[in-house]
Structures are given as C-alpha cells and as structure tokens.
Design a binder for this molecule. Structure first.
Ligand code: KG4
Ligand code: ZN
Length: 337
C-alpha cells in the first residue's frame, strides 16, 4: 500500500491530506484564512500567500499525525499546481517539490478543477465516469464532458464572473459579509424568490455558456436605483431578504438549466457537481429534481469535500497508476486548464 501526502494552497485554504492508493482518506486538514480576508471583503493574494507560508508546515504535520503516519511512510507527494492565485500555488508547489526530493518519492501535479469533479468519485466510492461535470466555485463555472478522471473536455464556461464570485459580490452589495455564499444563502431563507425578476442570461440559448455580471448589476440597481453608483447596503428586513432570495433563484435556475442542456446534448446519464457553490442547498435540491426527471444519476460530495481541500487530490492516484509523474521543475500555472 502506498501513502500519498497531498497539498492544496490554490486560494485561501491551506490544506493537506493523507490517503492511500486505494482511495482511503486517512486525514483531511483544512486551515481557512477567512478571518484574514474578511475586512477586505475578498481574498487578498499577498495575504493569502503569506498565510500559506505560516500555516502549511503545521497543517502537514497535523495531517500526518491524524493519519497515524510519519514522513518516512509517504510514498508519493501530490499537489494542486493549477489553476489558482500564482503566489498562493507557489507555496504549495515549492513545499511539495522539496518534500518529494527529500523523501526520494514521486511527485504528482493535480489540476484543482478536475479535483473538484474527482471529489464526487471519492465520495461515491465507485466509478462515476463517463459523466457531465459541473464545477461551480469562486473562480470557475464550467461544464465538462468527463470521459474518465483525467479526460475532461470543456463544454462551456462563464464569459465574466464565476457563480461563486457573483454570490460574493452580491453579498457585498447587500452588506452580508465575507465569504458571501453561505451568508447569502442564510439571508435568502426568509425571502421571496419571486419578488424580483432578475435576468437568467443565456438560459434559452443552446450554447453551454454562462454570464453572471448582468445579474449582479441588476441586483445593484434593484437595491439602490439606476443612478446611484453604490449606496449604503440595505438594512435587515424583507427587501434585503427578497433581493437575496431572487438572486439565488436566478443563479440556481441558470446552473440547473445548463446542466439539463449538457445532459441532453451529450446523452450522458450521470452528473457530477463540485466546487464551493455546490454546498448551496437550493442548488443541491434542484439538481436532485433535475436528475430524477432526466433519469440521470447525481453525484455531489458532502459539504466538506465541496469546498477547497486536499483530499480531492486523490485524482493523483490515477496519474500515479499511469506513471504520470511531475518533472522536478513543476511550475505553478495560474490559468484555467
Ligand atoms: O471551491 P471553493 O471553496 O474555492 C474556489 O476554488 O474558488 O469555492 C468558494 C466559493 C465562494 O465564492 C463561496 O461564496 C461559494 O463558493 N460558496 C457558496 C456557498 N458556500 C460557498 N455559494 C453559495 N452557497 C453556499 N452555501
Ligand atoms: Zn476550488
């Protein structure tokens, strides 16, 4: 049996996990930096990199000790080296390279977006391929045809904001704090999703593309009026809750509608969903209803595997089996795929 040590530092979570080549997770440690970024209303890349530097070694130590192993038991080091904030990725990539060299074990580079889909395979405990994959996070909104864990064909992506980014920006407009997704979901719970008729961009279009910036602007105008660039956030009350609920309904309807189109266009009967926005309960419920009506199987990981973590780097096992090791000069690649 081979033990893998995996590292994730692509954005504002410092994470390490230990798993085996049989995909058994022995530990999954995540140190969130939310408190450091909250006062700025978003992730500050330089602060994220410095926090990764401080947190990474303690997080790795914790992952090893929870797994009940030491560094000498590690047979392969895995790291998310793309996509993400370049300075943040570099911290994890440098540590992973150093560890692989020091331990004399192979190094595997993993794509973080593909990892979000592989988290579905991990949680299901069985094969999920071929499937349609939807990744909805703070940085990405993308649909894939996934023929196997490592063959992802992009079907469509967003032209502007990612879905999670839209949640974060609208939460900021409504004064709900950071991170915006969970705060907006809580606010929406008491609102009327039909109170505002916000745009569902591209919903009636066959292309599998997304755009959320018009929706964000529509919320801004509904909140403050068209001629006020940005006023004080609305006070707590029905208007704020209705804006949140109507926004959430629009995003969810578009995401679900595009998944329906992707399932029909590809003829595939499995849908795998990952990324932070897939923690949203309305989205989970609507996707479950969609899959039921389309006769498709839905795979969504539990919350702990939806948001960023290092256990989703179990995708490294697939590469390791094929002997696809990273070169010693593996680089951090900020761009998507
Ligand atoms: O996958 P993730 O942890 O990090 C990235 O790779 O970006 O996703 C973070 C994103 C944030 O934009 C956050 O607001 C959103 O996921 N998010 C949610 C919820 N929980 C997290 N969006 C909507 N509803 C939620 N419950
Ligand atoms: Zn992510």
């Amino acid at each position: 049996m081979t033990h893998f040590l995996a590292i994730e530092t692509s954005c504002d979570e410092t994470a390490a996990a230990v798993f085996t080549d049989e995909l058994t997770i022995l530990s999954n440690v995540v140190a969130s930096q939310t408190d450091l970024h909250a006062r700025f209303g978003g992730v500050v890349p330089e602060i994220a990199s410095r926090a990764h530097l401080r947190n990474l070694l303690p997080v790795i130590d914790e992952a090893l000790s929870r797994a009940g192993i030491t560094l000498k038991d590690v047979g392969c080091v895995a790291v998310h080296n793309t996509p993400g904030l370049v300075g943040a990725l570099l911290v994890g990539v440098s540590a992973a390279k150093m560890l692989a060299v020091a331990l004399g074990v192979p190094l595997v580079g993993v794509n973080h977006v593909a990892g979000h889909i592989f988290a579905c395979r991990l949680a299901a405990g069985r094969d999920i391929f071929p499937c349609v994959g939807l990744v909805v996070s703070g940085g990405h909104t993308a649909l894939f045809r996934c023929d196997n864990a490592l063959s992802l064909t992009l079907l469509g992506t967003t032209r502007d904001d990612a879905a999670g980014e839209a949640f974060d920006k609208v939460a900021a407009i409504l004064g709900l704090g950071f991170p915006g997704g969970p705060a907006l979901e809580r606010e929406a719970a008491s609102g009327d999703p039909k109170a505002y008729d916000f745009p569902r961009t591209f919903l009636k279009d066959d292309r599998l593309e997304f755009s959320f910036s018009g929706l964000k602007t529509a919320v801004l105008y509904a909140c403050h009026g068209q001629n006020v660039p940005k006023g004080e956030p609305p006070s707590p009350g029905p208007k704020r809750a209705n804006l949140a609920a109507s926004f959430q309904a629009a995003v969810v309807e578009v995401l679900v509608g595009k998944c329906r189109q992707a399932l029909r266009q590809t003829g595939l009967k499995r849908l795998a969903v990952g990324g932070g926005v897939s923690a949203n309960q309305l989205l989970r419920n609507r996707l479950a209803a969609l899959c039921e009506s389309e006769g498709a199987e839905l795979f969504i990981p539990p919350m702990s595997l939806c948001t960023d973590n290092a256990a989703m780097a179990t995708l490294a096992v697939e590469k390791w089996k094929r002997g696809e090791f990273a070169p010693p000069d593996l680089d951090a690649e900020p761009n998507f795929l």
